[in-house]
Design a binder for this molecule. Structure first.
Ligand SMILES: Cc1cc2nc3c(=O)[nH]c(=O)nc-3n(C[C@H](O)[C@H](O)[C@H](O)COP(=O)(O)OP(=O)(O)OC[C@H]3O[C@@H](n4cnc5c(N)ncnc54)[C@H](O)[C@@H]3O)c2cc1C
Length: 358
């Protein structure tokens, strides 16, 4: 690919796009307002699946399924290239009641690659009665490690990463983006890609048209056990417990429509901790290691916007992945690269162009 690109935002969307462009021979510079990989992509849980896939439209599960399919090979590639192991693991996900068993069964029948089994939750030594669902194919990854590996790989492929560089204006003339105004001066390229997560609409300014991406805060708790207290990810309603190999356990998360406020609250901490204790009573005696909040790039129906701007030829977006931006990252980068190169897509991508609202 004989062209150069400026990518605005160094989260998982920006760095995965940068990686693939670099591998196709493009020259790429990532402009990051703070430090790369420190926002939503750091804060997330790293579950590589929608929480209850049967609750989402096919447009969402098509992209998460494609992402999940690509993930294992992607992490092997990153580990081999950088020595940093993102700890991809097919840990499976146990869904505790209440849930819509009929919807789950129908979804499983319609998506043959993914199975859903009824199991006894008590088999898993959890304080819950009744049947649970088990999704054995669900995998997880450790976000901070994934981001470190991606960062290093992008640099080793020749990508330029400029941190502490906030884009404040996209300068348009004659139907094309001409330059970016930033806190570190002006930047110019042939193509421009917005991957600024929850801030994408603000970065685009008047060029956002009717794009509806907004921040949605999620708070998360981290605990440390001597040995992993669970074998699988455990989900009940919208509360999940994610066991890491080394005994760390994540508990998440909230969905709070509070604008760009990234503070944590004691109310959320107490609520998450108490609900998690009902599932795993030993959490009562374990000290809290860390409590943080991140801003998801929320889009209507969880459908991201990926592709070329409808009016500006050399402007692209890969953003608005809401709850599943890590899972969707490799598939979203694939779609954007196909769009830039004019290559056929693996499936119908028109729904991911609809976010512009025109
Ligand atoms: C608590 C929580 C739990 C989650 N759990 C999961 C999960 O289990 N599985 C899953 O798949 N997804 C999960 N997600 C969602 C996922 O983390 C996000 O969808 C994904 O990280 C979004 O990636 P991004 O690169 O678009 O955004 P970000 O990671 O937020 O990156 C955007 C970057 O753009 C930069 N930026 C912003 N404005 C500017 C500017 N003006 N100039 C330059 N740079 C700028 C920011 O500093 C930031 O680094 C979770 C999210 C949260 C918060």
């Amino acid at each position: 690919m004989n062209s150069d690109f400026l990518i605005i935002g160094g989260g998982v969307a920006g760095l995965s796009t940068a990686q693939r462009l670099l591998q196709q021979g493009a020259a790429v510079t990532v402009l990051e307002r703070g430090k790369v990989g420190q926002e939503a992509s750091w804060a997330g849980g790293g579950i590589l699946s929608p929480l209850c896939p049967w609750n989402y439209p096919d447009v969402v599960t098509r992209l998460t399924a494609r992402g999940a399919d690509l993930f294992s090979a992607w992490t092997v590639e990153l580990h081999a290239a950088t020595g940093i192991n993102p700890e991809y693991e097919t840990s499976g996900m146990l869904v505790l009641p209440p849930f819509d068993a009929q919807a789950a069964e129908q979804w499983s029948e319609a998506h043959s690659a993914y199975s859903v089994h009824q199991v006894r939750a008590t088999d898993h030594k959890l304080l819950t009665q009744g049947d649970a669902l088990f999704l054995p194919e669900v995998a997880q990854v450790r976000n901070p490690r994934l981001m470190r590996a991606l960062h290093q790989h992008v640099k080793s492929l020749g990508g330029k990463i400029i941190e502490q560089c906030a884009v404040s204006d996209i300068v348009v003339e004659n139907g094309r983006v001409q330059t970016l105004t930033t806190s570190s001066g002006k930047f110019h390229a042939q193509g421009y890609i917005v991957t600024a997560g929850a801030w994408s609409k603000e970065v685009l300014g008047i060029n956002a048209l009717r794009l509806n991406i907004k921040p949605m805060r999620g708070q998360m708790l981290l605990f440390k056990f001597d040995v992993p207290p669970l074998r699988h990810i455990v989900l009940q309603d919208d509360l999940y417990l994610i066991p890491r190999r080394d005994g760390h356990l994540l508990v998440g998360s909230t969905m709070e429509d509070v604008g760009f406020d990234q503070r944590t609250t004691s109310e959320a901490r107490d609520m998450l901790w108490q609900r998690a204790q009902k599932i795993l009573p030993s959490l009562r005696d374990i000290p809290l290691v860390q409590h943080w909040a991140g801003l998801r790039p929320a889009s209507p129906h969880n459908i991201p916007t990926i592709g070329r701007h409808p009016k500006l030829d050399n402007l692209y977006i890969n953003s608005g992945h809401f709850r599943y931006g890590v899972t969707m990252a490799p598939a979203s980068a694939e779609i954007l690269l196909n769009e830039i190169a004019g290559v056929q897509h693996p499936f119908d991508v028109t729904p991911y162009r609809a976010g512009w609202g025109i």
